[in-house]
Design a protein around this ligand. Structure first.
Ligand SMILES: *[C@@H]1O[C@H](CO)[C@@H](O)[C@H](O)[C@H]1NC(C)=O
Ligand SMILES: *[C@@H]1O[C@H](CO)[C@@H](O)[C@H](O)[C@H]1NC(C)=O
Ligand SMILES: *[C@@H]1O[C@H](CO)[C@@H](O)[C@H](O)[C@H]1NC(C)=O
Length: 310
């Protein structure tokens, strides 16, 4: 779901075929829940990687303005994100302002191709490529995170609602995944809750017709573009341009993906063929960090492949 998975501070792994898998417990205090994950990595490497992303993507003046007020900023950030970022920064010895900026830097530089499709039996498939300028860094720090929540009271919810300001786009994804009860309520939240930047949210549900591309502006939805399998629209492709406009010729991943989906056909779409569609150039390109295919009805079939060096 979404373009730009939560960067938080650190998502990490070796450049093997599948990313490292980690569990993060939402029942642990926010400040501590990522520390077991961080232990898989060399702190000096992480500090250097973060520094490079910030140096190359955050304007100097923003950096200078944010650093001294980071501690105050934390008070205005919704939980659990504030606590998680503060906890990781402290563990790594990274300035809190840099930790906050890294989340914004990530969101402003990630590109992707997302597809949601329905086969002729009504199964919904969902796939994406993440393309990123710092492909060498991200390929070393990509991680499959399984969030674990053992029920009980999640006190952060109350505080998040209380402090509810505009969300970074990926935080809204995480909050939605954590709280929405079904496709309909996920779409409503992703469409309506104010966020800090424009974005496309691509959502796949568990039942037929539950596929949607949401084009967002900051205050609410700019456009909702659902699957329409009865009308012949059995897939939707979203890259980084509004679907009602023509993509620029130098970055037309959309047409390539549509051609490949047309050639595949609704009858033949499945996890394997969707992966193949996401492997057609330039849908797959030299900035592609990973490819994910999934189907919400079959969480066990979720799979991500690192694509660097292909
Ligand atoms: C994560 O938790 C699940 C159970 O919820 C377990 O099956 C799995 O082995 C755990 N993975 C890791 C990497 O600890
Ligand atoms: C894909 O197929 C649809 C329906 O036949 C057609 O309208 C569209 O032009 C095709 N697009 C591409 C890029 O081949
Ligand atoms: C990556 O770049 C190389 C050299 O420019 C090119 O030969 C290769 O086809 C590109 N790979 C992809 C997946 O586009």
């Amino acid at each position: 779901m979404g373009c730009g998975p939560w960067a938080l501070l650190a998502l990490l792994c070796g450049a093997a075929a599948a990313p490292l898998h980690c569990n993060v417990s939402l029942d642990s205090p926010a400040e501590r829940r990522w520390l077991p994950v961080l232990r898989h990595f060399e702190p000096a490497f992480l500090r250097a990687a973060f520094q490079r992303i910030i140096d190359e993507s955050v304007p100097k003046w923003v950096h200078q303005v944010i650093q001294p007020i980071a501690a105050e900023l934390e008070l205005f950030m919704p939980q659990p994100f504030a606590g998680e970022i503060a906890g990781m920064c402290k563990a790594l010895g990274v300035n809190l302002g840099d930790g906050i900026l890294l989340n914004f830097a990530y969101e402003s530089t990630a590109f992707c191709t997302s597809i949601v499709a329905q086969d002729d039996k009504g199964n919904i498939y969902h796939g994406r490529n993440l393309d990123y300028n710092f492909v060498d860094i991200l390929s070393k720090i990509t991680l499959d995170v399984q969030f674990i929540k053992d029920g009980g009271r999640w006190w952060e919810n109350a505080i998040a609602a209380f402090l509810n300001r505009n969300y970074p786009v990926s935080w809204l994804v995480r909050r939605t995944l954590s709280e929405a009860e079904d496709f309909q309520s996920a779409v409503l939240r992703l469409a309506d809750i104010p966020i800090i930047a424009e974005v496309y949210y691509i959502v796949g549900g568990v039942s037929p017709k539950e596929g949607m591309v949401i084009t967002r502006n900051r205050r609410g939805p700019a456009d909702l573009w659902p699957l329409d399998p009865l009308g012949g629209a059995w897939f939707r492709v979203e890259t980084n341009y509004d679907h009602w406009t023509t993509p620029p010729p130098f970055d037309d991943r959309r047409t390539a993906a549509i051609k490949a989906l047309n050639a595949t056909g609704q009858h033949n779409i499945n996890f394997d063929t969707l992966f193949k569609v996401l492997s057609v150039k330039p849908v797959l390109n030299n900035n592609t960090v990973y490819t994910t295919v999934m189907s919400a009805a079959h969480p066990d079939r979720y799979q991500t492949w690192m694509r660097t060096g292909e």
